[in-house]
Design a protein around this ligand. Sequence first.
Ligand code: ATP
Ligand code: MG
Length: 552
Amino acid sequence: MSDRKSHFIEQIIEEDIKSGMSPKSLRFRFPPEPNGYLHVGHIKAICVNFNLGALHNAPVNLRFDDTNPEMEEIQFVDAIKNDISWLGFKWDKECYASDYFQQLFEWSISLIEKGLAYIDSQTSEQIANQKGTPTQPGINSPFRNRTIDENKRLFLKMKDGNYQEGEHVLRAKIDMTSPNMLMRDPIMFRILKKPHLRTGNSWSIYPMYDWTHGQSDYIENISHSLCTLEFKPHRELYDWFLDALTPLKSIRPKQREFARLNLSYTVTSKRKLKKLIDQGHVKGWDDPRMPTISGLRKRGYTPESLKNFVKKAGVAKRENLIDVSLLEFCVRDHLNKVAPRVMAVVKPIKLTIKNYPQGKSETVIAENNPEDNMAGNREIPFSGELFIEKEDFRENANRKYFRLTLGKEVRLKNAYIIKGEKVIKSSDGTIDEIICSYDPLSKSGSGTEQSKRKVKGTLHWVTRQHSLPITINIYDRLFSVPEPDKNKEEDPALNINPNSLEVANGFIEPSVFNSPLGKHYQFQRLGYFILDSKNEKNQLVFNKTVGLRDSW
Ligand code: ATP
Ligand code: MG
C-alpha cells in the first residue's frame, strides 16, 4: 500500500483485518434511494465506498434503497446509474431492497414467533403521543402483549391487503424507556396501497428503512455498511435487528459513520432540490446551477475535478462546511491542464483598424494550450474588422487602466499592437464602434523590434467576418447566503439569488466550428466554458463553468 495517510474508515478496516478478518470477505455498497438525482454530497459517499473497494480489491454493490414507493421513480434509477458510471466507477451487483421484501416478510414472522415483534392497531398519532421525548420515557402500547398467534394472523392479513393504510403496523418489541428514541418499539412494516416501481401491486405492506438496511447488507454479505453521521443513533437498532436474526449464517455487517459533505452556498437534500425545480427556480435536475452530478456535468465539471474535490475535502468524523471555492478551484485546476484555449468575445463591441488594408485578411498562430506541450498550435484568421470585449475599452481612463483607451497602445493577442484613435457614437451617446490604428511591423512572433515592444495590455478578439455567433449562459451562485440550508425548517428558496443566470450573445473564433457537444474550452481571459448544445438557429450554446480566478 502507498504511504499516503489513510483516513479513519480505512484505519477501521485495517484494524479489522489485523484482528483476523479476511480481506477476501470485504464488501461494500453504495445505497441511494431512487427519489431524486445524486448530488455533490453523494459523490463523497460514492468515493468512500468505491475507493475502499479499489484499495482492497473488494466488490462494491449498487443498492437501490427502494422502500418508499410514493417517492421513487425509474427515471431516478437510470439517472443514478448513469452518474456513477460517468464518475468512472464500476459496481459489482445491481441490487434492490425490494428484491428482499419476501425475505423481510419471512424474517418478520420469525421475530413475531420469538416474541420480538407485534402488531399495533393504534393510529399513528396515538403511537407518536406515546413515544415520549429524549428526557421522558415512552409508554407501552395497549397492543404490545398480543399473543403470537394473533400477531401472525393480523400480519398475514395486512400482507394480503385486508386493511386500509394506517390501520395496523408491525413494531419491534424493544424498550419504550430506552434513552435512544429509535429503540422505542420502531415500526418495521406499514400498510401502503401504492404501486412500487419494481414490484408493482404485489405488496400492500412495505418495510421501513431500519428494518431493511442492515438486513439488505446481511443478505449481500456487506462487511462494512458506511453511512453518514446522522445514522449514528440508528446503529444500536441496526445491531438489534441483526441480533434478532441469530444465529447468523454469514458475515455480520458493521455500520460505521463519517461526516456528511456540506458545501457553502449549496443545498444538498434531494427533497429540497426537487422543491427548487417544482417552484421553477431552476429548469430541472440537470440545470447547471444545481449541485447534482448531472447539473455539475452540464456546467462543465469533469469527473477528475469532482473526485479530486472530494479527496481534498477529506473523510472526517465531524461535520464541517466546505467552501464552494474549493470545488471551483478543483475544476479550474483540471481544466487548466486539459482545456484547449480559444478566443471568444462574450459581450462584443466593434473595433475597426483604419490603416489595415480593406478586404484583406491573414492568419495568426496561436498556442492551443501552453500547459500541454503536446497540444500544438492553430491558425486563426485576422482582419481589420473585429469584435473586442465591451469591457476592454474605456473612453476616459486613468493611468492604471491597462486595456484599450484613446491614444494608448495595447496588443491584440497573437496579432498586432493597436492604438485607440476615436469612437463612433449613436445619437443617444452609446459607443457603437472603436476606430484604431495598428503597427504593421508589430505582429506577434515576427521577430521584429516592433513586435518585441512591451505594451501593458493584451486583449482577446475575433474577426467580424470569420467568427461564429454564440450564446453563452453565465451562471452565478444559486443562493445569495453562505448557508441557505442552515435553518432546516426554513424554505431555502427564500435565499435564492434572483440573478443566477445571465444569457449573453457573443462570437467565437471559427476553429470550434465542428466541435462535439460536451467539449471544454478556456475562453482566453474569461474562464472555462463547455459546449452545451446547439440552439434552434443551429448556433453553438456554451455554459460558463468557472472564471479564471476566484472572483469572490
Ligand atoms: P437526501 O437527503 O439528499 O435524499 P439521503 O441521505 O436521503 O440524502 P440517500 O439516497 O439515502 O440520500 O443516500 C445514499 C448514500 O449517500 C447514503 O449512504 C448517505 O449517507 C450518503 N449521502 C447522502 N448525502 C450525503 C452528503 N451530503 N455527504 C456524504 N454522503 C451523503
Ligand atoms: Mg435517504
